[in-house]
Ligand binder design. Structure first.
Ligand code: CA
Length: 227
């Protein structure tokens, strides 16, 4: 089931859109402003955000830009502006689609289906790892609107571990993934990168995503899942 957030400050409009989308089979989360949507993004893996541009506080356009910069979430913008400049501004921000108020509910549901179809095609090499989505093509690791900033070496180690599912990968093998020449062939650099990965990806209070096989190597605690 797809998770859709409806970000709109007008209660009646938001509830009406949410009701219609629930009827269309989506799990719907409501947010009355950008702050509430940011909180949602931390808790839930959202597939699509339906974003009203007329918001109090952080305005819709800058929030749209923030969403786009930080994630590849489906983004559908809703606005009162019907002029071409408004549409162009929304699409230039990287919105996947654009609707002018008053929203036709059937049309909105159809736009969401279309965004999800395109995303399904584009996101084949995406895997779920714990709370994270790892995009092996874009080389990004994200969770809601937040992304983990991994260095090349950190990402390469993670990708190699994911390739092995939850089987052990030797430190030697991991070293070969990250070292460009025999000169920087120091097994301890693997340990350093793994500990940085843990720092960036693990919950402070939770179990690590990466387990140590003492004296041998590392493995993922659980195999990556399909999104
Ligand atoms: Ca509004």
């Amino acid at each position: 089931m797809y998770d859709v957030a409806v970000v709109e400050d007008e209660d009646l409009a938001r509830k009406a859109i949410a009701l219609s989308l629930r009827g269309a089979g989506y799990r719907v989360h409501e947010a009355s402003d950008a702050l509430a949507c940011r909180a949602l993004l931390r808790q839930t893996r959202l597939d699509v955000v339906v974003l009203d541009l007329g918001l109090p506080g952080v305005d819709g356009l800058s929030f749209a830009r923030e969403l786009r910069d930080q994630s590849d979430i489906g983004l559908i913008i809703v606005t009162r502006r019907s002029d071409p400049e408004g549409r162009i501004a929304a699409l230039d921000l990287g919105a996947d689609d654009y609707l002018v108020k008053p929203v036709h509910y059937g049309e909105l549901a159809a736009r969401i289906r279309s965004v999800m179809r395109r995303a399904g095609r584009d996101r084949r090499r995406r895997k779920v790892l714990g709370q994270w989505i790892v995009d092996l093509d874009a080389r990004t690791v994200s969770r809601g609107g937040e992304s983990a900033r991994l260095t090349r070496g950190e990402f390469d180690i993670l990708a190699r571990l994911m390739q092995a599912d939850a089987k052990i990968v030797s430190r030697q093998e991991l070293l070969s993934v990250i070292s460009r020449s025999p000169l920087d062939a120091d097994l301890r650099s693997v340990d350093v990168l793994v500990s940085r990965l843990r720092r960036k990806l693990d919950h402070l209070d939770g179990d690590s995503l990466i387990a140590t096989a003492p004296g041998f190597g590392y493995r993922l605690v659980a195999a990556p899942a399909e999104p």
